[in-house]
Ligand binder design. Structure first.
Ligand SMILES: NC(=O)c1ccc[n+]([C@@H]2O[C@H](COP(=O)([O-])OP(=O)(O)OC[C@H]3O[C@@H](n4cnc5c(N)ncnc54)[C@H](OP(=O)(O)O)[C@@H]3O)[C@@H](O)[C@H]2O)c1
Length: 246
């Protein structure tokens, strides 16, 4: 459990219906934040909401690739102290097998929808002075390369490039912009994709500290949302148990 203080902060978490977004919501609520949860699946958002301690928590289902659903979300959220962007998807296909639909789908979900949401939040002054934006990116973005990961890596690399520009542009409002770059964490993202059980065991042996858990990521998000990091902006925090050091 993190000891960083988020008492009374209002934080929007995307991707809150599953995996890392759900765990992040649980962790930040434990530290005193009021969560506004979003994702596409309302039933699973309600499940996340039921896991949260204290605070005044709300949810709204929205597909971030839809202009009208993003607009509904913007109109529903209060002025925020924190924004955690954990929505995302995975496509693993070597370059010779991509379709136009694959390219559009992953770039819309992992980059365009996320970038436009941030833009609309800023435009509508829904992130207050001293706010903190945390992107859940990936070491696949610009730290390591894996065959078959081209589209996913490109979508996360775009986020890593974006965050540094946003950090500069939003500094006059004392808004900080950072990213966490996790290695492999077992969530629905990997369910039925690319690795069978045996391959996962082989992959795990490549991690000096073994596979991480969703809590390893959520603790870092708490840190970046807290005032303890009020002078950290434009940073990419690698969380991969030493994987990318080799
Ligand atoms: N797990 C890992 O190993 C790992 C490693 C590095 C980085 N990451 C990143 O961490 C983030 C969370 O991944 P995860 O492992 O928690 O995956 P997950 O369990 O599959 O969760 C993905 C979340 O994104 C939401 N989402 C997907 N497309 C969306 C869209 N168009 N509009 C709104 N919400 C959308 C899903 O909502 P619904 O389920 O409601 O549709 C779900 O809540 C992703 O950005 C992923 O790239 C994960």
């Amino acid at each position: 459990m993190s000891c960083f203080e988020l008492q009374g902060k209002v934080v929007l978490v995307t991707g809150a219906s599953s995996g890392l977004g759900r765990e992040i919501s649980v962790s930040i609520a434990k530290c005193g934040a009021n969560c506004f949860l979003t994702g596409r699946n309302e039933q699973r958002l309600i499940q996340t909401c039921n896991l949260l301690s204290g605070g005044k928590h709300q949810y709204l289902a929205a597909d971030l690739t839809s202009i009208s659903e993003r607009s509904g979300l913007i109109n529903s959220i209060p002025v925020l102290d924190g924004l955690v962007l954990s929505s995302g998807m995975l496509v693993t296909k070597p370059v010779g097998f991509w379709t136009e639909q694959n390219v559009n789908e992953i770039l819309n979900a992992n980059f365009s929808g996320v970038a436009l949401l941030v833009s609309e939040i800023v435009k509508n002054r829904k992130l207050g002075q001293g706010g903190s934006i945390v992107f859940i990116s990936s070491i696949a973005g610009n730290v390591i390369a894996h065959k078959g990961n081209g589209l996913y890596s490109a979508s996360k690399g775009a986020i890593n490039a974006l965050l540094k520009v946003l950090a500069l542009e939003l500094a006059p409002r004392r808004i900080r912009v950072n990213a966490v770059l996790p290695g492999m964490i077992r969530t629905d993202l990997w369910e039925g994709k690319s690795f069978d059980k045996q391959q996962l065991e082989i992959e795990e042996r490549k991690y000096p500290l073994g596979f991480g858990s969703a809590t390893d990521v959520s603790n870092s998000v708490v840190f970046l949302l807290s005032d303890a990091t009020k002078w950290i902006t434009g940073a990419e925090l690698v969380i991969d148990g030493g994987y990318s050091l080799q």
